[in-house]
Design a binder for this molecule. Structure first.
Ligand code: 3SL
Length: 236
């Protein structure tokens, strides 16, 4: 039997080119949505419900959820928190249900719903995600959330890092795998320096957000593998 296939979808705008049904999708929004989800669920949040719109977020907040709302890097007025991994690790969130809506990350998750399973990936749980998708044995699509439909460096680097971890266990057909893995091989020695040249780093830096970025680039800080179950992302 041949090895399963791994593909990288470099932007949600390209999702129509990828078959998702029957496959594992790993969604990555390194700065910062999926890093926040991994950090929060690994440190005690009970569940995170990702929603596309602010209205859906507000509706769940009215039912008692803690609301995390971000647009263009900034916390949305009326939500309890924005999109910093440090907010997601606050002790008061232990055992709580959170609803989150972000510019790109939660949109990418919603657009991937045809998958057999959606896994939340970040550098923070890179090895654990690799082990999980290997054990699942299905074909894999790594979906980069990007920025408003455009490709970004940090999600592409994560996709390359994950693809390298799957080498030998998965086959690949299209060149996104080759490009992203080579890019990661060339940049891995100083991810932070390379990512500091990226558009989203600059955007966040203008908002004074720098510590979050260093944190989101830590590799394997957690071994939690969050997955979407119904409408909630949980760690089992
Ligand atoms: O786009 C997103 O989903 C966010 O992660 C962007 S930000 O890092 O919060 O600016």
């Amino acid at each position: 039997m041949s090895n399963p296939l791994v593909e990288i979808c470099l932007s949600p705008e390209l999702l129509h080119l990828h078959e998702l049904s029957g496959r594992t999708v790993v969604v990555a929004d390194i700065l910062r949505a999926t890093s926040c989800m991994v950090a929060g669920l690994a440190t005690g949040i009970a569940s995170i419900t990702p929603v596309a719109s602010l209205e859906e977020g507000r509706a769940l907040m009215a039912q008692g959820y803690i609301g995390a709302g971000e647009r263009d890097g900034k916390q949305v007025e009326g939500f309890h928190m924005g999109n910093s991994p440090f907010s997601y690790m606050e002790p008061y969130l232990k055992g709580k249900k959170v609803v989150t809506t972000t510019t790109n990350g939660t949109q990418a998750i919603q657009k991937s719903r045809a998958a057999a399973q959606i896994v939340i990936g970040a550098f923070l749980n890179l090895s654990a995600v690799a082990a999980h998708v290997k054990a699942a044995g299905r074909d894999v699509v790594i979906v980069c959330a990007g920025w408003k439909g455009k490709v970004n460096l940090e999600d592409t680097l994560f996709a390359g890092a994950l693809a390298r971890k799957l080498e030998g266990f998965f086959t690949w057909e299209d060149d996104a795998i080759l490009a992203a893995s080579e890019l990661y091989a060339n940049m891995q020695m100083d991810l932070h320096a390379h990512i500091s040249r990226s558009s989203h780093y600059q955007r966040l830096a203008k908002l004074g957000i720098k510590e979050d970025i260093r944190f989101c680039l830590e590799i394997d800080r957690f071994d939690a593998v969050p997955v979407l179950e119904g409408n909630e992302i949980v760690v089992k």
